[in-house]
Design a protein around this ligand. Sequence first.
Ligand code: ZN
Length: 480
Amino acid sequence: MHPFPHLVWALATLLLLCAGVGAAETVQPHAPIHSVTDIAHEFSFYFDGRFARNYLSGKGNVDVRNWGTLHKCDLSRVNLLVLPTGASPCPYLPEDVKAVRAFLEEGGGVVLLGDHALFRKEKTYRLNELAGAFGAEFAKRAARAPLSGVGELEGKPIKTYGGRTLRLIGAAKWDLLVRDAAGNLVAARRKVGKGKLLVCSRALAGHQPDAKDPINAAWWQPLLRDLASGKPVDPRRRPHHMEAENKESREGLEIRYSSYMKPFANEILAIYRECRPAMERIMGVPPAEGMLASLILLPTGGGGFSSGRTIGLGTWWGGFPDKRYGMVELLGHEGTHSWVLPFSEPMWNEGIATYVGILLGRELGYTKEADATLANWLKGARRHDPEMKKFDLARGKDVPHAVRMAKPMWIWEQLRQEKPDVLARYFRLKRKLADPRKLKRYTADDSVAVLSQAMGRDLFPWFQSLGIRVDRQASQVPLP
Ligand SMILES: [Zn+2]
């Protein structure tokens, strides 16, 4: 399964989010907050701009993201550091702990936003490597509703998405802020040097992709202002967004990764080297001009994205590094998005991407895994439509996801039985016939016409018999 099928927009969105969340020149009722939100320990497909958009959107505030190794992040223009982490194998290094401590000592505010969760067979919840250094621990025990405010939050309504509890260890003095119904701690704050540290369940903050769920904003906002108040920042000196700091160019490909991802970089690059020529054999053409020029390794097991020029690969996708097939399929999937441009595929942009990933798996010798993946997709689609005749990929609405993905695979499998190289033929012809200087858009009708040329016969009647409403007359591409 590809849980994030529509991520071509992701990098564009990223650029928008990195631009920050407010203007600096306006008269402000509050001192500005310059925050860094870390996504280097757990990449989020919403780039965790969600936290800043929900709680730090006040005038003069600026939020940037850290994609790189935490202790290398420049915090000189920053007075708030937000560290959200879920189940991730990505460590907090001793140098990271040192850097966070130094930032606190000089007056910075730090938010550890988490809930105890383990990644696969990992034994450690990594955010505890940081919390533990300051005398707190994210605990396994679930928080029991209702939650209530303590101390300065006494009497304030506390909303939650669930979440877990905290434990305090050692002798440090903490301000207790939120407890659950059984008296367990859910949020607490302490002083460290001139700064303040907040340890809090992630469930007390909004998490919707659109960042339109600012739960508890009434107390989050003053709390964050207080956390940041120990270190004034100059509104004219905006903080910088930090990219993954390791950058290498190899064979025309730029690869970027943080030090946390370094142990995986060589093997992923080796897989890419194997995949690249095989992809070109399958697709019959090189990637579209200027596309697939850079690769980013993402600290997640949750999929990847393609912006055309750049593809992002979830480093732990499909059981990697223990298993390799998933990474091959993911590379094939995201690579295909770069290959099919300048026109994405109108009927099957996601289905064909996963299908190419499967073919790539077969080509590189992962026949068993590839065949099992295909069989699984087809089985899922047949639950909705045993004969593959019900749903219209061209003009249909409410096509189930399983069908949207797997009916294209079934169609291409039928055609490949007749002409095993039909994909290569199709994409070669598409490059020739769908010229962006002549065509404004590329439609389902056009793609069936190109496919007809690739097969050497008119495929419109067959597509119509499969319940796909395509129109030969509407095609801008000539038929064979
Ligand atoms: Zn995709």
